[in-house]
Design a binder for this molecule. Structure first.
Ligand SMILES: Cc1cc2nc3c(=O)[nH]c(=O)nc-3n(C[C@H](O)[C@H](O)[C@H](O)COP(=O)(O)OP(=O)(O)OC[C@H]3O[C@@H](n4cnc5c(N)ncnc54)[C@H](O)[C@@H]3O)c2cc1C
Length: 432
């Protein structure tokens, strides 16, 4: 189907057709770290049963029933970072709660038959606030204009030399920090601009048409519904709905086997133990990362009656770059999603608390009183811990030079969001 793809060496040097750009858009700027012989394999071993491993297995298994696929997962469950907490009518994703628009994600939802459980976010809950010092202000176009459009343009241009941080790209530290905190929970000078926004820094290949034309044509390819610009979309039952559907589908495939409790050491050991060439290993977990190359977060939920939280305006959430405050973000879960997240007449908020800010339950409760709602919550609970990989300046450029004896995939390589992970899975399966 994608025979128009012209391979020169590995995926980083590929020339793509207009059809490819319409299918994947700016995802094509990201290198695909695929072993050259992967598509010739009769058996492949996927390490990691997070969204990446599951989507790659789903796409390849659907296309090539003759290829044997083993999924080797360290823990006792699939989903990795993704998990939905559910208790007495309250429902909250521990990590990913929504997907940003990309046709690849919409295609996955549609192909899995989940269309009726997937909907766009509440258009009335888009406002984002930033707390800096004692001030809480709205993030808006006006904030962007205040940065000075010419200054912004100049820094965008100079970011094209490569290896710059998001702080270099956006000349207003509170906006830059709010943006990176909202995505990778890190401050902007620690985040690679090429990895986060490759279209702005013009990393990788340029499309053969004007970008606006590509986006216009891409927008016509969404199955189910075309999302509004800047919106997000989520599942009834949370993100676990997607994982459950993928696992249920894969369990029915005769060519796919799950192996749990497999703490794989490295790709070579996997290849030897499973009797496959190294090029048949697809590694979707962290590999050489040290523990200090992650941001650790505690995740809390706070629930209020609608009456108690009547002073909290409807919105998307608040980002808090100020490191003296133990929370980096408060998300208005029950405002944002169209499917229920709280019992009737209640509202649910999710709190991100970076461990390096040293907050405990008591200080977070106190901080909520100050920054969200003076009333006591009817629900306050820690629902999990997560870690987000750090992507320091120069990260994306360094991926190009990595060897590709085995395939690497997932959010350590593809991009941080689920849309990147899912698009990457389709791009890998296109090679089969
Ligand atoms: C708090 C938080 C909020 C987020 N919110 C959003 C959001 O709203 N929208 C969005 O698009 N993205 C969001 N993300 C990012 C999103 O979670 C990731 O893009 C996605 O889940 C990555 O999937 P993955 O399969 O690549 O990795 P993971 O989910 O990390 O999965 C890796 C899997 O590999 C397994 N594994 C690891 N090492 C080994 C080994 N040695 N042997 C065998 N198995 C191994 C793990 O157990 C795990 O199951 C969020 C992330 C966090 C932490």
């Amino acid at each position: 189907m994608f025979s128009k793809i012209l391979w020169i060496g590995w995926a980083g040097d590929v020339l793509h057709s207009i059809e490819d750009w319409i299918r994947y858009g700016d995802e094509l700027r990201r290198p695909l770290l695929v072993a050259p012989n992967l598509a010739d394999a009769s058996k492949i071993c996927i390490v990691g049963g997070g969204l990446s491993g599951l989507s790659i297995a789903y796409r390849i298994a659907s296309k090539r029933p003759d290829v044997e696929i083993e999924i080797l997962e360290k823990s006792k469950r699939c989903g990795g970072t993704i998990e939905t907490w559910n208790q007495n009518g309250w429902l909250c994703d521990v990590a990913v709660n929504a997907a940003r628009p990309h046709p690849a994600f919409w295609r996955l939802v549609s192909d899995l038959g989940l269309s009726n459980l997937f909907s766009g976010s509440n258009p009335k809950a888009t406002t984002r606030w930033v707390i800096s010092g004692n001030n809480k202000s709205k993030l808006s176009m006006l904030t962007a204009i205040k940065m000075g459009p010419l200054r912004l343009l100049r820094s965008i241009r100079s970011s094209r030399s490569g290896g710059t941080s998001v702080a270099d790209l956006i000349p207003n530290s509170s906006i830059a920090d709010a943006m990176t905190l909202g995505i990778v929970n890190n401050v902007a000078n620690h985040v690679d601009a090429d990895f986060l926004v490759p279209a702005l820094t013009r990393f990788g290949n340029e499309p053969p048409l004007k970008r606006s034309h590509i986006i216009k044509r891409m927008n016509k390819t969404y199955p189910m519904f075309t999302p509004k610009k800047g919106s997000i979309a989520s599942f009834e039952g949370g993100m676990q709905t997607l994982i459950d559907a993928l696992v249920a589908h894969l369990e029915k495939q005769p060519n796919v086997d799950f192996h749990y409790g497999q703490n794989c050491v490295d790709p070579k050991t996997v290849a030897e133990a499973r009797g496959v060439p190294l090029s048949s290993v697809v590694w979707c977990g962290p590999l050489t990362r040290k523990s200090d190359q992650f941001t650790n977060l505690d995740i809390y939920v706070a629930g209020y009656t609608v009456k108690a939280a009547s002073n909290v305006p409807l919105g998307y959430g608040t980002l808090i770059p100020d490191e003296d405050i133990p929370m980096s973000g408060i998300l208005h879960e029950s405002d944002v999603h169209q499917s229920p997240r709280a019992p009737s007449e209640h509202r649910l908020f999710r709190i991100m608390a970076p461990c390096n800010r040293g907050g405990d339950e008591e200080s977070i409760r106190a901080s909520l009183k100050q920054h969200l709602c003076a009333e006591d919550p009817v629900l306050f609970q820690k629902i999990g811990q997560r870690k987000i990989p750090c992507y320091p300046p120069g990260y994306m450029a360094a991926l190009d030079s990595e060897s590709v004896e085995w395939t690497r995939a997932g959010w350590f390589y593809s991009g941080v969001s689920v849309t990147h992970v899912v698009a990457e899975a389709e791009r890998i399966a296109d090679l089969f």
